[in-house]
Write a protein that binds this ligand. Sequence first.
Ligand code: NAD
Ligand code: DAU
Length: 357
Amino acid sequence: MFSSQSTMLVTGGAGFIGSNFIHYLFRQPDFEGSVVNFDKLTYAGNLENLSEIEEQYGGKRYLFEKGDICDSEKVSAVFAKYGVDTVVNFAAESHVDRSIHGPAEFIQTNIVGTFTLLEAARASWAGRKDVLFHHVSTDEVFGSLGESDFFHENTSYDPRSPYSASKAASDHLVSAYFHTYGLPVTISNCSNNYGPYHFPEKLIPLMILNMQEEKLLPVYGDGKNIRDWLFVEDHCSAIYAILKKGQRGETYNIGGENEWTNINLVNRLCEIVAEKKSKPKDHYKKLINYVNDRPGHDRRYAINCDKIKNELGWKRSVTFEEGLDRTVSWYLANLQWIDRVKSGAYRQWIEKNYEAR
Ligand code: NAD
Ligand code: DAU
């Protein structure tokens, strides 16, 4: 029962996918509602990603609340203040390598934070059925595949990193709130996203950035781990389809049906960047540097997303070639964004624009 007038609480809306999702929403002619972006602004949150949205809709259909999803008082107050009827929960610690070095934040935000949001939704909605809690999750909860086979919605969970274990726990909590309390929920498990505003610690933006700076390109292990890549806008359209048509209590896999070994992907990126910067085709390939493998590194991810295609009519619209081209172009045109994200200077921007109000 999606309403075009919905008041949507988007948690983690200043991050990579969350900010792309807010941009996507405001481009939809059938969305006339409002968005409350609730974000703690960790190192990964950057309000500058949304400056055009703030300019056009700020204080009207777009509201920002700085807060931690683990803060139950603040979360409940936001539900009450805005009359939230839809939650899209992106907020998370999202980087596998960071979870290996320091899992505590992952347990806190991903598990305790999701629990806190669920409790606030349950109390605020008090049995309403015209509401929805959508939880954004990952294919990493399913563990690692061999050379064949795919993750299906009913594949057993087998997480291997503190990150994926914390996401698995949060998925189970969301599902439990549906079965136990009848809270209207949906869950999506998506493969690797790429596109604009991706924090430059993740493979694709890190490689583009390192090429720009003529730095080594660290490839973990033998480089033959496989990931399935989806352009971020196609993830956003899948989530929007679930909000509009998803069955309560159901899980939907989302993927690009686009498997690449890391080394093949890095080689392809080297060629695209070289072409755009008018360098010889192999110019950046000499920077490729095999480094120690990530502990517990999942070998292969591959998604079967027939359910969302057949039941909700979703399909991806951006080919990998087009998506990579748009992504590389975006980073090369936004080097200042990268500098600011890395330097933390955007925090001053936040203070100037938000905390002073
Ligand atoms: P991101 O790290 O870019 O952004 C996370 C956002 O959450 C940031 O804005 C951060 O400030 C905010 N945040 C972190 N802790 C918070 C807290 N305690 N309270 C409020 N806000 C908090 O992450 P992303 O890549 O955009 O991922 C978003 C979601 O999608 C995550 O739940 C992730 O597990 C899931 N996901 C990501 C991918 C991917 O490829 N990036 C794929 C599938 C699923
Ligand atoms: O599958 C969905 C997941 O994709 C999301 O749930 C996570 O939030 C998101 O970060 C992403 O996780 P990955 O671990 O797959 O992404 P990352 O970009 O960190 O790594 C992609 C692959 O590249 C992985 O096999 C590890 C490898 N890698 C990564 C980095 C950062 C390298 O070889 N070198 C690197 O420097």
